[in-house]
Design a protein around this ligand. Structure first.
Ligand code: MSP
Length: 520
């Protein structure tokens, strides 16, 4: 796939503020954070955008329920999202709020431009509206008087402004067909193309203030506010300077976005509304939309507040730490698929891969370096000047040198779970090598031989820590520091360096890196 070599601009959806962060929204944000950190490691200049979607009926109702003014409710919820992301070590560049003035002005300018060029008209409209999804549903799509997902709809009759979305249907189909990387996974791309085989209607983009006052005012009709999706989608562009003449350079630098990560339930808005809006505005569509799956609850349904039980990501964090949770979400959920989550699954993965596989390799190697080499790495010269000719050492070195590229290829193919498998395999092979050579015995007869084995396993640990740094920044920072690498830059050239650990580097043995979790 062609990402280009220099810049990477990644986004999450803007989360509605009727709900606090839960493991579903945390999943998307953590995945985006991990991808962003990988691209940074690969040497790209990156920009990572997340935030909250504050307008619309859903938010207005949530504020009413709490007896708060919408803005006060939004301020409070925005803070909760920010706090949660901080606790989960999310390193975003901008936290977006749709109530920010520059964005509202960008929305109004866009509406005015579309009106001026004849792409907006008004008409009386009636239809079934779902507040939870903030969308109208055609009667034929309703199932027993509800949305296909079983949510309530209400009948609405009002004057609306419409965006001539239908005018851009052919151009959109052409774009999707010409750009295989525009929508991923492929099954979702086919779904969108299937949807586009039917004639596309125009998009209602306003709500009368008599029904909903909490929104961006329509610049040419003060009795109406902007439809929340039209407002929110524009965030991806206004965040980097769209419709702000003083920020033209920023916009030219970052647009088109490289990667919009979103849930499969909001694919139509992103793959149909958004690119047609952009085409009408004379702006190229983003490069890639990726629709991820759902985190499922016990009944295999989407975990969400409106569906009942939700897991608080911060509870799982208390169990296996932030990095244990981040690791589970990226390693066990293949991007694009639905997946369950439970304490048991998270703990099992943590014990197997982190406490046992990586943790054991580290504790064994550091203990033996402490015991036989006074806690510092011997130089290769002192232990024979070579790595040994036995096939397991040769194979392990070969794998070590191949792993960075194998990982990178998978990350660039939007498959971070497979990328991590390569590191797990490397760690497995290093543990096997340690088992086979048993340096704890060897040290007694062949100290240089044991030194070589330990040096190699430390090299594997160093590389693994660097390659897993985007997933577990805090723990891998700690591991790198215990391996005497805290001064080393986290860049791709270091991933390609072998051997990388200088002679006489102090190795700390310390407490277990990942304390094994015992179920109570
Ligand atoms: N505000 C809109 C998005 C506007 S983007 C311009 C919205 N917000 S949302 O809060 O309802 O959902 C945001 C994202 O969270 C969606 O991508 C949705 O798929 C994701 N998730 C919500 N629950 C989820 C799970 N249980 N599992 C995985 N993702 C889930 O839609």
């Amino acid at each position: 796939m062609s990402l280009g070599n220099d810049k990477f601009y990644i986004t999450t959806p803007l989360y509605y503020v009727n709900d606090k962060p839960h493991v579903g929204t945390a999943y998307c944000t953590i995945t985006a954070d991990v991808l962003n950190r990988y691209h940074k490691l690969f040497g790209r200049e990156t920009f990572f955008l997340t935030g909250v979607d504050e307008h619309g009926q859903k938010c207005q109702q949530a504020a009413q329920k709490r007896g708060l003014e919408p803005q006060a409710h939004c301020d409070d919820m925005a803070l909760r999202f920010k706090e949660a992301w901080q606790e989960l070590n999310i390193d975003y560049d901008l936290f977006f709020r749709t109530t920010d003035d520059y964005h509202k002005q960008g929305v109004q300018k866009s509406l005015q431009q579309l009106l001026d060029q004849g792409d907006i008209y008004s008409k009386d409209y009636s239809g079934w509206y779902c507040v939870s999804d903030e969308m109208f549903y055609p009667e034929k799509d309703l199932v027993d008087g509800k949305t296909p997902e079983g949510k309530e709809v209400i009948w609405i009759e009002e004057k609306n402004y419409f965006f001539k979305m239908s005018k851009y249907q052919q151009a959109l189909i052409q774009h999707i067909e010409d750009h295989p990387d525009f929508i991923h996974p492929e099954s979702r791309r086919n779904e969108v193309l299937g949807f586009l085989r039917q004639p596309l209607g125009d998009l209602s983009i306003s709500r009368p203030k008599s029904r909903l006052s909490w929104g961006v005012e329509i610049p040419f009709d003060p009795e109406h506010v902007t439809y929340v999706w039209f407002d929110a989608l524009l965030n991806y562009a206004t965040a980097v300077g769209f419709q702000q003449p003083e920020r033209q350079k920023d916009f030219a630098k970052w647009w088109p976005a490289s990667f919009h990560l979103l849930g499969k339930d909001i694919l139509t808005t992103h793959a149909v509304y958004w690119p047609t809006m952009l085409m009408a505005l004379g702006v190229p569509p983003p490069k890639t939309l990726f629709a991820h799956g759902w985190i499922l609850n016990k009944d295999q349904g989407k975990m969400s507040k409106s569906q009942g039980e939700v897991i608080n990501p911060l509870d799982l964090k208390n169990l296996v730490g932030v990095d244990g949770l981040r690791y589970y979400l990226v390693r066990d959920i293949h991007l694009g698929n639905d997946a369950p989550i439970s304490e048991e699954l998270v703990v099992n993965r943590y014990n197997t891969d982190l406490a046992n596989n990586m943790g054991n390799l580290y504790s064994r190697s550091s203990n033996l370096i402490d015991k036989y080499f006074a806690g510092v790495t011997p130089s290769l010269m002192d232990v024979g000047g070579h790595w040994g000719e036995d096939p397991s050492a040769v194979n392990l070195i070969e794998l070590l040198q191949k792993t960075p590229e194998l990982l990178r290829r998978e990350v660039e193919a939007f498959s971070p779970s497979r990328a991590l498998e390569h590191v797990v395999q490397l760690l497995n092979q290093a543990n096997k090598y340690l088992e086979e050579t048993a340096p704890w015995k060897m040290a007694k007869e062949d100290l240089p031989g044991a030194g070589r084995v330990l040096l190699l396993s430390l090299e594997v640990l160093r590389l693994s820590a660097l390659l897993l740094y985007p997933v577990m920044p805090a723990k891998m920072e700690e591991l790198l520091s215990r391996l005497g690498q805290s001064q080393e830059p986290k860049d791709w050239s270091r991933a390609k360096t072998f051997p990388a650990i200088a002679p006489s580097t102090p190795i700390q043995k310390g407490s277990p890196l990942f304390q094994r979790y015992q179920a109570s």
